[in-house]
Design a protein around this ligand. Structure first.
Ligand SMILES: Cc1cc2nc3c(=O)[nH]c(=O)nc-3n(C[C@H](O)[C@H](O)[C@H](O)COP(=O)(O)O)c2cc1C
Length: 200
């Protein structure tokens, strides 16, 4: 049995986010294909996530038993315990909603999800796989705008740093172009997500 962590972030009213329509469909298809697996869902806007404080940073340097007992590190330990992570969030200001960064700052904890060694940092999330699902108003997959894409690149780089072995992205673009048939594009993306979920 695997554990899947579904992290999503969008403050829009329920049912109106294009991104979450796709990421919810991915997770639902995954659930149907893997009924024995445990799925944990985190709606970041319903979590009590703040920015890292002085006290929180000091938790990076205490001993592991004390770390485990500390509530501020619950996201890091939860992240460590799952096998698969799905992130669903819209493209905002060339990356993602800031709450995703705030969450990832609580996940990226030395001694928990990565450690420092004499050879440098080593990820402790070996063998995990991730899927990032995003919709964008414009198109950033190809030149010349690809260099402005800082969201998927950040998550992919961070997850690689943490030791993930597999990372995939479903990026649906041009959602805000006047000539885009949004319903059709989202429908196609849902089909793609459902297909990808079968092998996730
Ligand atoms: C605060 C905010 C910032 C955005 N920034 C960008 C951006 O930098 N580039 C872009 O192509 N689209 C941007 N968009 C458009 C969204 O990425 C696009 O509409 C997306 O499909 C929204 O997904 P949703 O329906 O899940 O909220 C932004 C939208 C918002 C609300």
């Amino acid at each position: 049995m695997s554990k899947l962590l579904y992290v999503h972030a969008n403050p829009k009213p329920e049912g109106t986010s294009r991104t979450l329509k796709i990421s919810d469909s991915f997770v639902e298809a995954y659930r149907q294909n893997n009924p024995q697996d445990e799925i944990i869902t985190l709606d970041l806007y319903k979590e009590d996530i703040d920015f890292l404080s002085k006290e929180d940073i000091s938790l990076h340097y205490i001993d592991p038993d004390q770390q485990k007992a500390h509530p501020a590190l619950k996201y890091a330990f939860q992240f460590l315990e799952v096998d698969k992570v799905v992130i669903g969030a819209p493209f905002w200001n060339l990356s993602f909603p800031a709450i995703i960064k705030a969450y990832l700052d609580y996940v990226t904890v030395s001694g928990v999800t990565f450690k420092y060694t004499s050879q440098g940092p080593v990820g402790l999330c070996q063998g995990k796989k991730a899927m990032h699902i995003v919709t964008r108003g414009g198109a950033y997959s190809e030149e010349p705008l690809s260099q402005f894409e800082l969201g998927d690149r950040y998550i992919k780089t961070l997850f690689g740093f943490l030791g993930f072995s597999e990372y995939d992205t479903i990026a649906v673009e041009n959602m805000d172009r006047s000539d885009t048939n949004v319903e059709e594009v989202v429908g196609d993306a849902i089909k793609l997500a459902q297909e990808k979920a079968k092998n996730f």
